[in-house]
Design a protein around this ligand. Structure first.
Ligand SMILES: Nc1nc2c(c(=O)[nH]1)N[C@H]1C(S)=C(S)[C@@H](COP(=O)(O)OP(=O)(O)OC[C@H]3O[C@@H](n4cnc5c(=O)[nH]c(N)nc54)[C@H](O)[C@@H]3O)O[C@H]1N2
Ligand SMILES: Nc1nc2c(c(=O)[nH]1)N[C@H]1C(S)=C(S)[C@@H](COP(=O)(O)OP(=O)(O)OC[C@H]3O[C@@H](n4cnc5c(=O)[nH]c(N)nc54)[C@H](O)[C@@H]3O)O[C@H]1N2
Ligand SMILES: [Mo]
Length: 741
């Protein structure tokens, strides 16, 4: 039954607090916390308003109490007393911790200059105010600057592709628009697990009930496929672009594509066509050609091309998993090209591709009250905003998947700085970037590391100083799902900070005093939150009443009809050009051609890449490793929560064909390895994965034993710290071998 927010206090001394979590899973589940004596007793889900618009709380938010009150939460500042990585620490006072960090910042600045200070931020907490990265950025900017990372480890390929093709990253339709689709292709997309905005699955199931045909193209028969798909097409990893190109070939040959749409809204289709037909290079990209590469039968490719071109409207939903690979951006660019060839861009029930799925509505709350400011270390040198040239972008910064390589090699290795100290927050990068064993060597070599954290993570174990941070229950904030709402959530503080925990904002404030920075933050939490909503014109327009928003913990934006990315550009192109140099969808990009980088072709193309299945290295390491996101964690966060561990044991998916060839039975302990590392993990022998492919969910904590075998079975012990021409981290293009332990 629907109720209202009036029931603010019930049962005498039990307080009901409405909030959300801010985990980096893209969803935002509204939760109702029952609180007594500074303890969360239990949790309920959304119960406000129309039940059909309520947002169903996921398993991770259901475990919010176990996370906040976990016995392993860090409660006091710590200093390291053992070896780096060993995990031996001693309790110290806040004064000692902050004096040590402030002293180190000053001495590095004095001896080596500000560029020697490295700030590592991350997506661990995604809200407007207590976003640790923002407060520390403001602090270090005022302190004279710092070196940092460029690009995101997550979706850089998709970002690059969307900027190239559309000049915008807001390429998604609001999810209820799936109900307008007749055909939905889940191309490397598994929202039952990775969410893509709370209630995406709800709409997908409704679309299915509505009669939409659903096809999943993925090396794994994933949970979404098992729930809604009519057909599963298994494909070899990092080969999707070849299949898409062959679908284009079928459409061109059989004249199934929408030439009028291409003429009106795009540039460069002729060049793409010349590549597809072989006019440009003598190789016709037929389904038979693609079948060799992808492992998908030619008939299937042909049938899907005809079905997609012949079903109106149809939504091709590409995402980021296949894009987190050695030619990742080509997959997203090619998906967008197919969307244009079928006239589905900007059209209800269609899709624009591009992999990001953010809908063009409003903004993340900006930290306007205490802005981060400019980084003096970056003021000189190339202006990088908006450029597609990854080489320019990394000129002043370090690519996120190269942080630890830069620690090891510094300027001598071509990086912009010699890193003398690192301050890290909202991330667990030894675990979450490529090649954890290299990161281990780097962090052992690094002179000083301070980490703001809630838990003693794999990364925090290397810290000299660990600063304990409050959880989302211990402070107020504002957030929204990854731009896929459309709704905003207010996070009401439920409990006082546990132990001696402080927020990242307060930590930065107290450091500011020690660094002689005045007036770092003159505002209270309440002032700032109100300013965010009322003074940001975009949110002020969308959220009419701050107090109701705060009380209900959620504001749902009423839409008369679904939001469709680029609808205006398609319906009224004269007045709404695309934000690209040509004003059109760029299937051929002159900006990319000007880069003259062989890894960045100006039209989307399939190319063979290192560590794909045709690499010579496959003789030694014949299995392609996938590292999808776990349903029972958000990356490495929530790893400690027992309830969630019970949901799914950490096992590697391996096909019976590959298991049998290696004498491996279901449940057997295995070693999965390559030249970078070895992990110990049991096998899940299942036909839900294509032969030749093995899958280990990312995010378990890196834990090398004395022989260097990672007993935590962190996926990144096996992956590479490299990036593609467009900046994608190549975490899903990895070759390995497996054997019985
Ligand atoms: N529960 C949970 N949800 C999350 C997260 C989490 O950690 N846990 N993380 C969040 C974050 S930060 C992000 S960026 C998103 C990530 O969302 P995605 O990037 O979409 O998620 P992945 O699990 O990496 O990959 C999605 C699917 O792509 C498939 N795949 C991988 N490589 C290939 C390929 O080469 N070809 C094809 N066709 N398929 C391939 C995988 O098998 C998987 O089923 O998820 C978010 N949601
Ligand atoms: N092999 C492989 N690796 C991957 C991926 C993959 O698909 N495959 N996916 C990549 C993707 S998409 C992403 S986004 C990255 C994520 O990489 P990370 O951002 O490093 O991942 P998390 O594990 O979410 O780490 C967040 C940390 O922030 C901490 N934290 C939470 N709240 C706060 C706070 O308020 N303050 C502070 N100081 N800390 C806080 C949490 O305790 C947690 O340890 O991983 C990437 N790594
Ligand atoms: Mo991500």
């Amino acid at each position: 039954m629907a109720s209202t927010a009036e029931d603010a206090i019930v049962d005498g001394d039990v307080k009901i607090v409405r909030t959300t979590s801010t985990f980096d899973c893209g969803g935002r589940c509204p939760i109702k916390l029952h609180v007594k004596d500074n303890k969360i007793l239990r949790i309920e889900g959304d119960d406000l308003g129309d039940p059909d618009r309520q947002l169903r709380t996921c398993l991770r938010c259901r475990a919010f109490r176990q996370y906040v009150h976990h016995p392993d939460r860090l409660m006091h500042p710590l200093k390291r007393v053992g070896e780096k990585g060993q995990g031996k620490f001693e309790r110290i006072s806040w004064d000692e911790a902050l004096d040590t960090l402030a002293g180190k910042l000053k001495s590095v600045k004095e001896k080596y200059g500000n560029a020697g200070i490295f700030l590592a931020t991350g997506g661990g907490y995604l809200a407007g105010l207590h976003n640790g990265g923002l407060a520390a950025t403001r602090l270090l900017n005022q302190f004279g600057g710092f070196t940092t990372h460029y690009g995101n480890i997550s979706s850089e390929g998709a970002v690059w592709a969307s900027l190239t093709q559309y000049g915008s990253v807001m390429v998604g339709n609001s999810r209820e628009d799936l109900l307008n689709s007749k055909l939905i292709i889940l191309w490397g997309w598994d929202p039952a697990r990775m969410i893509s905005g709370t209630n995406t699955m709800h709409h997908l199931i409704k679309a299915k009930e509505n009669g939409a045909r659903v096809i999943a193209i993925d090396p794994r028969y994933h949970d979404t496929a098992a729930t809604v798909a009519d057909e599963w097409i298994p494909i070899y990893p990092s080969t999707d672009t070849a299949m898409m190109v062959a679908m284009a070939q079928v459409m061109i040959k059989e004249e199934l594509h929408d030439q009028a749409f291409l003429d009106k809204y795009t540039v460069g289709f002729d060049k793409f066509r010349a590549y597809v037909t072989g006019e440009a290079d003598g190789v016709e990209k037929t389904p038979a050609w693609a079948s060799e590469i992808t492992g998908v039968p030619a008939e299937t490719i042909q049938r899907l091309a005809r079905l997609y071109a012949g079903t109106e409207p149809a939504a091709l939903m590409d995402c980021q998993g296949p894009a987190r690979s050695a030619m990742g951006e080509q997959y997203n660019r090619c998906a967008s090209t197919l969307c244009a060839m079928t006239g589905n861009v900007g059209r209800p029930g269609g899709s624009a591709g591009g992999g990001l799925m953010g809908i063009p509505i409003g903004h993340m709350f900006r930290m306007s009250a205490i802005p981060p400011g400019k980084n003096p270390v970056e003021l000189e040198g190339p202006k990088v905003k908006g450029t597609l040239d990854i080489r320019l972008r990394v000129a002043k910064r370090i690519h996120i998947n190269k942080i630890f390589d830069a620690v090891l090699k510094g300027k001598a290795g071509g990086y912009p700085a010699d890193i003398k100290m690192m301050w890290s927050m909202c991330n667990n990068y030894i675990n979450q970037t490529g090649n954890s064993n290299k990161a281990d060597r780097a962090l052992k070599q690094l002179d000083f590391l301070a980490v703001n954290e809630l838990f003693m993570t794999a990364t925090a174990r290397y810290a000299d100083i660990v600063l304990p941070v409050t959880s989302a229950a211990e402070r107020s904030d504002l957030t929204r799902p990854w731009p896929s709402g459309p709704y905003f959530t207010f996070m009401n503080r439920a409990i006082e900070p546990l132990g001696e925990c402080k927020s990242d904002l307060d930590i930065a404030g107290e450091l500011a005093e020690r660094l002689g920075i005045e007036n770092f933050n003159p505002f209270t939490e309440d002032d700032i939150l109100r300013m965010f909503v009322e003074q940001n014109p975009e949110t002020a327009k969308l959220i009419p009443d701050f107090d109701t928003f705060r009380k209900e913990g959620i504001h749902r934006v009423d839409l008369e009809k679904p939001i469709i990315a680029f609808q205006q550009q398609i319906e009224d192109p004269e007045n709404n050009p695309f934000d690209t140099p040509s004003g059109k969808i760029e299937i051929f990009s002159q900006r990319v051609a000007d880069l003259d980088n062989p890894l960045c072709p100006p039209i989307p193309k399939y190319m063979q890449v290192p560590e794909d299945r045709n690499d010579k290295l496959a003789e030694k390491f014949p299995l392609q490793l996938l590292t999808p996101h776990p349903k029972n964690r958000v990356h490495s966060e929530l790893y400690k929560v027992e309830w969630l561990r019970e949901v799914e044991a950490h096992r590697a998916w391996i096909n019976p064909v590959d298991a049998e060839a290696r004498g491996i039975d279901d449940g057997d302990d295995m070693i999965v390895f390559n030249e970078r590392g070895r992990v110990a993990i049991p096998a899940w022998v299942t036909e839900r994965i294509k032969p030749g492919v093995i899958s280990i969910f990312e995010g378990t904590w890196y834990q090398p034993d004395e022989e260097g075998v990672d007993q935590g079975a962190c996926a990144n012990t096996l992956t590479r710290d490299a990036y593609s021409g467009g900046g994608a981290a190549v975490l899903n293009t990895t070759l390995v071998q497996a054997e019985k332990a």
